[in-house]
Ligand binder design. Structure first.
Ligand code: SAM
Length: 246
């Protein structure tokens, strides 16, 4: 039976961040701790399924992974309950999944108990407990970067720090268009979230859920601010895949 092998002190112990940003991210964590995520992506069909554009977007993560080169050491940032870790395990030498939600990490550990090349660690993506230049590839899929209000650049900088020189960062996010925005509203309503509204290019809820969409310009700026030149590709109607080499 796998166990939580690192309980990295959370951000509050390590870095000073604006209180508002800190609170927003803690609320996101509490939503993920409530266990709603499996229903959000349709892994648990108790409350129906997501709208097609989102279902296709979620399935796109698996397509992306199936095209990865075999045998690399990979990190998945925000691995959730481990939906993608088994797929990553099949194409990788080693996989580490990190997440800051205790509940998600417990589930991911259970899901991957048979996958000997997978480790799951409780860790904040803003402040990772890995050496510099450690992984061949670092992935942040399923618009996880869109769940990180105000800390996107810090997380990207951390992803850059822990990937090897010449290694690749792969990010997959929701595209900022009306179809995705409406589908987000529909999906969160289906799940019973309250006070669903728009805040810039994010949809937020009274529970503190936050899910941001990105334009090509947003992504270009974010990666440039981190000192990288991104390759940004549209991925179906709902998303972008961004790749950058360190
Ligand atoms: C959209 S889910 C994606 C889960 C998984 N990658 C998948 O596709 O099924 C985002 C995950 O990122 C985690 N997360 C959000 N902010 C984080 C942070 N600052 N550090 C670590 N994990 C974070 C959440 O707890 C959640 O499990």
């Amino acid at each position: 039976m796998k166990q939580i092998i690192s309980n990295n002190p959370m951000i509050e112990d390590n870095i000073v961040i604006a209180e508002d940003t800190y609170k927003k991210n803690q609320k996101v964590k509490s939503v993920y701790n409530s266990g709603i995520f499996e229903k959000m992506v349709g892994d648990n069909k108790e409350k129906g399924e997501p709208p097609k554009i989102l279902k296709d977007f979620f399935a796109g993560d698996i397509d992306l992974i199936s095209g990865l080169e075999n045998g690399k050491d990979r990190l998945e940032v925000g691995c959730g309950h481990g939906r993608l870790l088994k797929n990553l395990s099949e194409v990788s030498n080693k996989v580490v999944g990190i997440d800051f939600s205790e509940e998600q990490v417990k589930k991911a550990l259970k899901q991957t108990s048979e996958n000997i090349n997978v480790n799951v660690e409780l860790m904040n993506a803003e402040n990772m407990n890995f050496k510099d230049d450690y992984f061949d590839e670092v992935l942040c899929l399923n618009c996880t970067l869109g769940n990180m209000p105000g800390i996107e650049l810090r997380v990207l900088n951390e992803m850059k720090r822990v990937v090897k020189r010449g290694g690749r960062i792969i990010v997959r996010v929701f595209a900022n268009n009306e179809k995705v925005r409406l589908a987000q509203h529909e999906n969160y309503k289906r799940l019973g979230f309250t006070g669903i509204k728009d805040e810039g290019s994010a949809v937020i809820t009274d529970e503190g859920f936050y899910s941001r969409r990105f334009s090509k310009d947003d992504l270009q700026k974010l990666f440039n601010d981190s000192g990288m030149e991104p390759d940004i590709r549209e991925d179906g109607e709902g998303g972008f895949i961004v790749e950058a080499i360190k």
